[in-house]
Each structure stands twice: as structure tokens, then as C-alpha cells.
Design a protein around this ligand. Structure first.
Ligand SMILES: *Cc1c(COP(=O)(O)O)cnc(C)c1O
Length: 393
């Protein structure tokens, strides 16, 4: 299979995400001359301008959730979420090792300690039974990732959180419109965080959205987004925990794009589902290739279509197989992410300052072998295709 003409003779055409609607919406904002509607002090403009509020309103309606709080990136959204739920020095936050680095950096910003728990071999999301065993009296939250667009075991993770009186935060950057039973992924936990960066299903260049049904958490997210420390007096807020604020505000330009993108979300998601359906159909009969599993009652929205490769069944190693795929013109990558505890920051335990804070407040394990399933997926099994980059139609 390293000979003959390639199956795909030309590169797949790049995917286009912006249309006339976005162009007109942005022009309108530029004509208005108000590129941001925020003020960092108390008053009506503390909550942003008309586009920001319009996007938040539309988002909360679309996802059936009480509050949507826009931010300037998914990363900011994760940081704000950790702040809002009150993470502090030495608090343990359970995270998966198989995700984008922002997920596991978020607790560190507040002195929290990421505790890595292994993933399930079929959904690549946190393994709820391993999470249950990892909860200690210092655990403050579970930060689950709906990886590749498939919901983590959210119902079970939520029961664990409720049993222990801790919070469940969903990193739903990759999962807009993904479903966990009757509920949208991102709306099951106490806070859900979406990303609107260029590579996500819908985007505003950079941007993000936090959602919650809890009025108090919503208010804290709004405060952290916009210089919290200036607002606590007019609002007469008693609990100052983590109410030192940032500037995580979204511009009117981004929000105007977001409003138009949200109208097109079904189209963007179904296009990916169609690509995934064809890929899955293509490998289903092949020995040694396992297409992504979709748990009963769930909807997978395929930020990444990831199959498992069994080198014993196929008879060649993954690297060799990958060369063959490349020779056929099929764009793909192997392994997704090196398990994050292997990053220098965890290996050397240097995050905030030079003295090893916050790792010195506990003794978390970050050694190789910690999460064998994630390591196996990275080293041997996963082959990924990212539908966001191409227009297969
Ligand atoms: C993209 C992504 C983020 C970060 O979102 P940004 O908007 O790029 O900051 C966080 N977590 C996951 C799982 C992501 O895929």
C-alpha cells in the first residue's frame, strides 16, 4: 500500500467559515464606532455592549441555560470558572491528561493542584470510576473535558460531585451541540465553557462562552471577567474570594460575528457529522481499525474523528501505517496530545514563581505510567482526522 496512485489526488479544499452575514454584521459595528461596549466600573455598561449582550441572550436560548457569559477565549473562560467556584491554594481539581493544556493550567492560576485521572479507552474522556477513587477531602472540583465532541460520563460525574459537595466544570470547547441524553453537553455541570477560537465548530477568531444555571456563579463570572475588585462595594458583596478580576471582555466585533455564527451552528455541526459518518463507514469492515464509539443516548459532534489502531491485528506499526495514509493523501495526525503531566511544568514542578508553588502544598503524582490508557492512546493507538480544516463536500 505504499505504491500506486494516491486515493486522494489533490489536497482536500480548505474549509471556509465566514460569509456575507458576518461581513455585514462587522461593518455595522465599525460604522457605529463602538468596538467595545464595556466599562470596568459599576453601571449599565459593566455588562458590555449590545452585540455582547445579544450573543449571550441568543446563546442561553440556544443551549437552554439560564446564563451565558461571553469571554475573550475558552482559556479565559476556564480561568474564570476556576475563580468563580472558589478554587484556592492547595485545592485539588481532578482533570484528564488527554486534552488541550489550558484545561489543566486553569486550576494552577488560583494555586489549585491538577490531579490527573485516566481516560476511558473508547470515549477518551475521564473515567468516572477512576474519578470516584481519586476524590480526597482536598478535592474541590472535577474539570471534565467533552473530548473530540463526545460528552464525558457527565451524569455519573455529576452524581460524584453531588455526593461530595464539590463542583463539576465542563470544558466543552470541542463539543457545541453535543448531547448527553436530553441535555446539551456544557449544561450538565455547574459551569460549562465553550471556545470560539478559529479552529472550533463556530468561531469569532478568538472568543469563548461560559454557561451556568446558577445565579451566584453567573455573577461571579461576570465580575472576574471585568475587574471584579472595583465592583464589590456597589454590589455590597460579602464574599471576596477570588474577586480580583481580569479583562476577559469580548469586543463588539467578535460578538457580532458570533451572533451570525450561532445561526449557522447546525449546518457546521451536521457537516462534520456527515464527514464522520463516511469515515466510520469506510473503516468499519477493516481489521484492526476501530472507529469512534458513541455512547447510547449521546450525540458526538466530531471536533476530531479519532480511530484506534491495533498494530498487532494490522501487522505493521502505527508510524508505518501513517506514512501509507499520507502517501494516499489523507490528512491526519497520530496520538493527539502527549499526556499533559509529562510537560516540563509538571515534571519540574515550576508553575507560579520559582519555589514550586502550588505543587509544594501537596504531593501530587506526575510520573510516567500515571495514566496508562492515555499513554497508550498517545504512543500507539490513536489516529485523528480534524474535519474543521477541510470542506469535503
Ligand atoms: C480550544 C480548546 C481550549 C481553549 O480554547 P481557546 O478559545 O483557544 O482559549 C480549551 N480546551 C479544549 C479542550 C480546547 O479544545
Amino acid at each position: 500500500f505504499l505504491g500506486g496512485p494516491p486515493v486522494l489526488s489533490e489536497p482536500l479544499p480548505p474549509y471556509r467559515s465566514m460569509g456575507r452575514e458576518e461581513l455585514e454584521a462587522v461593518s455595522e459595528v465599525i460604522r457605529s464606532d463602538r468596538l467595545s461596549g464595556f466599562y470596568g466600573s459599576w453601571g449599565d455598561e459593566f455588562f458590555g455592549g449590545p452585540m455582547v449582550r445579544g450573543l449571550e441572550q441568543a446563546w442561553s436560548e440556544r443551549f437552554g441555560v439560564r446564563h451565558a457569559i461571553s469571554v475573550n477565549s475558552g482559556t479565559s473562560g476556564l480561568f474564570a470558572a476556576m475563580g468563580a467556584i472558589g478554587i484556592g491554594p492547595g485545592d485539588e481539581v481532578i482533570v484528564p491528561p488527554f486534552t488541550m493544556s489550558a484545561t489543566v493550567v486553569a486550576p494552577l492560576i488560583y494555586g489549585g493542584i491538577p490531579v490527573f485521572v485516566d481516560i476511558e479507552p473508547d470515549t477518551f474522556c475521564l473515567d468516572p470510576s477512576a474519578v470516584r477513587q481519586a476524590v480526597t477531602p482536598r478535592t474541590k472540583a472535577i474539570l471534565a473535558v467533552n473530548l473530540f465532541g463526545h460528552p464525558a460520563g457527565l451524569s455519573e460525574l455529576m452524581s460524584i460531585a453531588e455526593e461530595h459537595g464539590i463542583k463539576l466544570v465542563e470544558d466543552n470547547a470541542q463539543g457545541p451541540l453535543s448531547m448527553n441524553g436530553e441535555r446539551y453537553a456544557g449544561t450538565v455541570g455547574h459551569i460549562g465553557v465553550f471556545s470560539l477560537n478559529y479552529h472550533k465548530h463556530i468561531h469569532t477568531g478568538e472568543g469563548g462562552m461560559c454557561v451556568t444555571n446558577d445565579d451566584d456563579l453567573a455573577r461571579r463570572l461576570q465580575l472576574i471577567r471585568n475587574h471584579a475588585e472595583n465592583i464589590v462595594e456597589p454590589l455590597d458583596i460579602e464574599d471576596l474570594t477570588n474577586l480580583v478580576g481580569f479583562n476577559y471582555r469580548m469586543t463588539e466585533l467578535s460578538a457580532a460575528v458570533g451572533i451570525e455564527q450561532l445561526k449557522k451552528i447546525d449546518e457546521h455541526v451536521s457537516r462534520r457529522e456527515e464527514v464522520a459518518r463516511q469515515l466510520t463507514e469506510g473503516v468499519t469492515e477493516l481489521e484492526g481499525l476501530t472507529p469512534p464509539r458513541v455512547r447510547a443516548g449521546c450525540r458526538h459532534v466530531y471536533y476530531v474523528w479519532a480511530m484506534r489502531y491495533d498494530e498487532d491485528a494490522v501487522g505493521v506499526g502505527r508510524e508505518r501505517f501513517s506514512e501509507a495514509l499520507a502517501a494516499e493523501g489523507f490528512p491526519h495526525s497520530c496520538g493527539y496530545m502527549r499526556p499533559l503531566y509529562l510537560l516540563p511544568l509538571f515534571q519540574r514542578r515550576i508553575a507560579i514563581g520559582k519555589q514550586g508553588y502550588p505543587f509544594d502544598l501537596a504531593s501530587p503524582r506526575y510520573d510516567k505510567g500515571l495514566c496508562p490508557v492515555a499513554e497508550r492512546m498517545y504512543e500507539k493507538e490513536l489516529i485523528c482526522f480534524e474535519p474543521c480544516m477541510y470542506d469535503p463536500s
